[in-house]
Design a protein. Structure first.
Length: 254
């Protein structure tokens, strides 16, 4: 599947669907700072825009989106102090703190990779984040990396997928970010098992959108029945992911 690459205008237009115009200015300023400090890095700019767009789809606040757009800006240490000062002055301390927390968590992951279990590392990551929006920025960034995995070093993909499955997928689940959890699982499955993924995809006659429609209809009928029976309940549903289908087939020896 070819994923669309987000543009600056698309981010602002998506954000305008649920944020007041006064908040869009922060996003616009973040985009300007990104372009200023990454003039010759098309891939980095595109990754940053994609990360920001993912958070507009989740309807997160302008601070989260601006932080996502600038989450990689401190990776290049050139002009680091200048960048920090400009972001503080233009966007406030809240956003620069989220960006610095993202950088800190990335460093913790790098330093502890292979030294402690990924399960423990996931707990450390969650415990380190002072602002939960930091984790959403990191999840969105990882999701974009996997969507565009052909940009990553091929020999590192198995290890990246392992970390995603054991660190980021459980974190997404814990935070209730189920759409991100589902897509991360399916993308790692696709990368690790391309032929099986293709086979399952071809054998699924109904498209995902059709399966979602059926589930929504069933959910509505179930909620009506619960209401009629005066049973208070919250319902949710989603189609089974390709990786989930494969695990079930494997458990049933099919």
């Amino acid at each position: 599947m070819q994923y669309a690459q987000a543009t600056a205008n698309q981010i602002k237009e998506k954000a305008e669907e649920y944020l007041p115009k006064s908040e869009i200015k922060k996003i616009d300023t973040a985009i300007q700072i990104l372009e200023k400090y990454t003039p010759n890095s098309e891939k980095q700019v595109q990754h940053s825009l994609n990360t920001g767009y993912i958070l507009t789809e989740l309807k997160l606040d302008s601070e989260s989106i601006a932080s996502a757009i600038l989450h990689d800006i401190l990776d290049n240490t050139e002009y680091s102090e200048e960048k920090i000062i400009e972001i503080k002055q233009s966007l406030g301390t809240e956003i620069i703190e989220i960006i610095q927390q993202v950088a800190k968590i990335d460093e913790i992951e790098r330093k502890n990779r292979g030294k402690i279990s990924n399960k423990l590392l996931a707990q450390v990551v969650l415990g380190t984040a002072k602002d939960i929006r930091t984790i959403f920025v990191q999840l969105a960034a990882m999701l974009d990396h996997l969507r565009n995995y052909t940009n990553l070093e091929k020999n590192k993909l198995p290890e990246i997928c392992k970390r995603v499955q054991e660190i980021h997928v459980p974190i997404a689940h814990k935070l209730g970010a189920y759409d991100i959890e589902w897509e991360l699982e399916d993308l790692t499955f696709k990368i690790n098992n391309p032929e099986i993924y293709k086979q399952i995809k071809n054998e699924l006659k109904e498209k995902r959108s059709f399966r979602e429609k059926l589930l929504i209809e069933f959910k509505e009928e179930l909620e009506k029945a619960l209401k009629t029976a005066h049973i208070p309940a919250t319902t949710s549903c989603r189609p089974k992911s390709f990786s989930g289908i494969y695990r079930k087939m494997k458990n049933q020896n099919k």
